[in-house]
Design a protein around this ligand. Structure first.
Ligand code: ZN
Ligand code: ZN
Ligand code: ZN
Ligand code: ZN
Length: 219
């Protein structure tokens, strides 16, 4: 994989995915973090397409549903699919009328600090149980800040990767929904043609999201 770079939303610094965590630690410290609001810092990326990543800060009293809404707004929402967080042995799902509660399921309407407890460092999330986009979360810090920001605050985000047309190497604008998972079949505007076993020509736009190419996600 080519080195993935991203942007710090606090100061505009551009750096690599790995270095961004160290950058944020110093950048946030410089900001003066005295405050009483407790937050959990998370690195989020896509299991299948790790060049898509976010660093966010979440208030400890924010609900998992609030984080779910943020992810949908920023990265995922195509047509209102179901979603779930998996934390340890428990799955946190959106409560619905026909919900038959499984012993390992809980409603997503729960505070993130209660769901994570003091020790959980990693957890996962699925959007859409059919054509699933799976995200991974890593707790990178438990900290405090001054009050007054959004419950989920974006700290850093990957730069949009440059994908190349599979035919001519020009920058790609579309992706084949069938081939997106093996990072194959991208096309420039001129080369949106059927290929291999992918008969139909339903192309999806290249966008800055791990939902790229799935379910017609428009970005
Ligand atoms: Zn910064
Ligand atoms: Zn959809
Ligand atoms: Zn081309
Ligand atoms: Zn294809």
């Amino acid at each position: 994989m080519k080195r993935s770079t991203g942007n710090c939303y606090l100061c505009g610094t551009k750096t690599s995915k790995t270095t961004m965590l160290r950058h944020l630690a110093t950048c946030l410290a410089r900001e003066g973090r005295q405050g009483s609001e407790e937050v959990i810092r998370l690195r989020i990326d896509s299991a299948g397409l790790p060049e898509f990543w976010l660093d966010v800060e979440v208030k400890t009293d924010a609900l998992l549903t609030t984080l779910d809404s943020f992810l949908r707004r920023t990265w995922l929402e195509c047509c209102g699919h179901l979603s779930a967080f998996t934390i340890g042995k428990l799955r946190y799902v959106i409560a619905r009328d026909d919900w038959e509660v499984d012993p390992n399921e809980r409603a997503m309407k729960v505070r993130i600090d209660k769901a994570l407890g003091p020790r959980v460092e990693r957890f996962t999330y699925e959007y859409d149980y059919g054509s699933t986009t799976e995200l991974r979360f890593q707790v990178t810090a438990r900290a405090t800040r001054r009050a007054g920001r959004e419950p989920v605050t974006l700290l850093a985000r990957n730069d949009e990767p440059v994908w190349r047309c599979s035919t001519c190497d020009a920058p790609a604008v579309s992706v084949c929904p069938t081939c997106v998972w093996n990072r194959q079949w991208l096309a420039c505007a001129e080369h949106e043609e059927p290929h291999g076993d992918c008969e139909d020509d339903v192309w999806s736009p290249v966008v800055n999201s791990p939902r790229m190419g799935v379910c017609g996600y428009p970005g």
